[in-house]
Design a protein around this ligand. Structure first.
Ligand code: SF4
Ligand code: SF4
Length: 286
């Protein structure tokens, strides 16, 4: 069973929830698909058992011995990545237009390493994660790679928990594809509701059941009610309402899952949410 935890933007408490749910579920495979800001693994002591180069892009390369410095490539490059028959790898988008127009066939597109992909073994299961190269951006291709990389460890009746990418781009699509459940973490603000609607629109294109969690629901009870009303209209289950809790900051700063804080109201709410999620998940057949 695959559960993907998503949010419209960073900083909504997604990783806190993923770490807590992973603790409650005991041994789960975790995939950190928040590739531009990966921090799930920081909550765990572990040992990297695999490190691979990930080639996620292409860059133009000019063969100086063939080039006649006609500058046709410079004119055609819409990204301004070529100057005096030299390619700036940081601005080249790998579109390939220059390779088409070069009269000497002096330009080729070469694979570019964009990230290191790791499998980290922890006491509480495997984490698949990446470290992006300087100036590189996460992509759907990388997220798909990280997810595929744990397939060999998945067991029948086991759980794979995905800390999804924020937003609604390719990386999020790759975080939703082929998942059984999506848990959307939102906050009680107008933008939180807008983000929820956008992710929902995306998730509806996939055969996955969506659940909603309102984080810090008590900082704006009116907006929380609006989110609940919207969820009701859409026939979505609001499985959790997590109160604002200073202990969450303590948990993040000390890199200990919130489940370790006995007297935390957020912890209690996440535990109740997990019970509610289980109730829904056990009624589904896979
Ligand atoms: S188009 Fe080809 S030959 Fe002309 S400057 Fe560019 S690389 Fe050199
Ligand atoms: S591949 Fe595209 S972006 Fe890169 S240098 Fe060529 S035309 Fe410019």
């Amino acid at each position: 069973m695959v559960i993907s935890v998503l949010s419209g933007k960073g900083g909504t408490g997604k990783t806190t929830v993923v770490a807590a749910l992973s603790e409650l579920a005991k041994k789960v495979i975790k995939v950190d698909c928040d590739v531009d800001a990966p921090n799930l693994y920081l909550f765990y002591q572990g040992r990297d058992i695999e490190k691979k180069d990930f080639y996620g892009g292409k860059k133009a390369q000019i063969n100086g011995s063939l080039c006649i410095e006609c500058d046709i490539c410079e004119e055609v490059c819409k990204f301004g990545a070529i100057k005096n028959a030299m390619v700036d790898p940081f601005t080249c988008e790998g579109c390939g237009a220059c390779t088409i127009v070069c009269p000497r066939k002096a330009i080729s597109l070469e694979d570019e390493k964009t990230a290191d992909a790791f499998l980290t073994q922890t006491e509480k299961g495997i984490i698949s994660r990446a470290r992006m190269g300087v100036g590189s951006e996460g992509s759907g291709k990388l997220v798909t790679y990280l997810r595929r990389n744990v397939k060999r460890f998945e067991e029948d009746n086991g759980i794979t928990m995905i800390d999804g990418s924020p937003g609604i781009g390719c990386a999020v699509i790759a975080s939703i594809t082929d998942t059984n459940f999506v848990l959307i973490i939102t906050e009680p603000t107008k933008s939180g509701l807008g983000d929820l609607k956008r992710i929902l629109e995306l998730a509806e294109r996939f055969e996955t059941q969506v659940m909603v969690c309102i984080n810090k629901y008590d900082i704006n009870q009116e907006m929380s009610s609006q989110i609940e009303d919207f969820a009701k209209e859409q026939k979505l289950s609001v499985v959790g309402k997590i109160p604002f809790d200073k202990k969450v900051m303590e948990s993040v700063n000390s890199l200990r899952p919130i489940t370790e804080f006995r007297d935390s109201p957020a912890r209690k709410a996440i535990e109740e949410m997990w019970i509610c999620m289980n109730r829904i998940m056990t009624t589904k057949d896979f």
